[in-house]
Write a new protein. Structure first.
Length: 335
């Protein structure tokens, strides 16, 4: 049964619109299709993922079956994961395969001691959150069971927005709750809006405009450089950063934007000076913006080389946590 739009059973977080497919269901979109089609080719592909998006509901009956159609961006068959979070506590991991998946969620009876060791903070204990995969397209096919939209349940009153490469997107995290952006949102007590674009963070001004126009967030991080350092000249990068940060400054208002350059990666290991040149450009442009809410954070301060994966580009799961913790410390000074 296709999810009935006229009888909503759930609420969608970080879903801007959907595209209907008669067989698969509703493809959940975190970026408007009209905007997505103006981005570079890689970004157009990876913007179709549902990273940071959630299906939310309140359990009325004892179980619910959520039908998800998942397909990877690449042709090689792989599996991925969705995660169930109840309130702010992770409950289950669901492995998804290419094609249709039926996710069965049973109502949890929460142990009374949970409140003592983990007091309710940002999210209501009755809020069920199905956190969607950070890669591939996700179609919502069906919702069967006694659930209702979680209207009236407590969620954080503030928001955190992230933009960047596959590292921000979450490409090397073990689960969608393990990305540094998700973990940083938890530490901040904020709702996450993740605009990571694996391979496609190429500083399009129209995307900066869109993010600045969004309401409901107070803190943003943008990660710049890794997707263009091998292909762009320093002059082209400087011009793009100047325009991108200029658009951010124009729409930022009283909010805060934390700008990170590149984490330690393979170019550093090879001793190529271009990596530090690009880092210098980012921090110089932060100062040039002359906006009190735009703050630079050196990327090399956020991740130790030992916490890289084998490709010397993406952080390991330990690296994701290290980035989140160090970003939280750096951001907290300014709050």
């Amino acid at each position: 049964m296709l999810y009935p739009l006229h009888e909503p059973k759930i609420a969608l977080h970080h879903v801007t619109e959907w595209v209907e497919d008669e067989i698969k269901g509703l493809r959940l979109c975190r970026i408007p299709e009209k905007l997505r089609l103006t981005l570079n080719e890689i970004a157009q592909r990876n913007a179709q993922s549902a990273v940071g998006s959630e299906i939310r509901f309140r359990m009325i009956g004892e179980r619910v079956e959520v039908g998800l159609w998942w397909e990877p961006h690449l042709e090689t068959p792989i599996t991925t994961m969705a995660a169930l979070v109840i309130g702010s506590l992770q409950a289950e991991i669901f492995y998804l395969h290419t094609g249709y998946n039926k996710i069965v969620i049973k109502k949890y009876e929460l142990r009374p001691e949970i409140e003592r060791i983990h007091p309710q903070k940002s999210y209501d204990r009755e809020l069920y959150r199905l956190v969607l995969p950070y890669q591939g397209k996700v179609f919502l096919s069906s919702v069967e069971g006694e659930v209702e939209p979680p209207y009236g349940l407590a969620v954080p009153g503030k928001g955190y927005l992230a933009y960047g490469s596959s590292i921000t997107h979450g490409a090397s995290a073990w689960a969608p709750t393990g990305t540094y952006a998700f973990r940083l949102a938890q530490l901040l007590g904020s709702e996450l809006r993740n605009f990571g674009l694996a391979g496609g963070a190429k500083l399009e001004p129209q995307l900066a405009d869109y993010m600045m126009e969004l309401e409901g967030w107070e803190i943003a991080t943008i990660e710049l450089g890794i997707n263009v350092v091998y292909d762009w000249t320093a002059e082209a990068f400087r011009e793009a950063v100047d325009i991108f940060l200029g658009r951010c400054a124009a729409g930022l208002g009283e909010r805060k934007l934390f700008v990170t350059d590149m984490f330690w990666f393979a170019m550093d290991a090879a001793g190529d000076p271009k990596s530090d040149l690009f880092r210098d450009i980012v921090q110089q442009e932060v100062l040039k913006s002359n906006h009190p809410g735009i703050i630079g954070i050196p990327g090399r301060d956020l991740l130790d080389p030992v916490n890289q994966t084998l490709d010397l580009v993406h952080p390991s799961q330990a690296g994701m946590e290290q980035i989140a913790q160090r970003l939280f410390s750096a951001i907290s000074v300014h709050l």
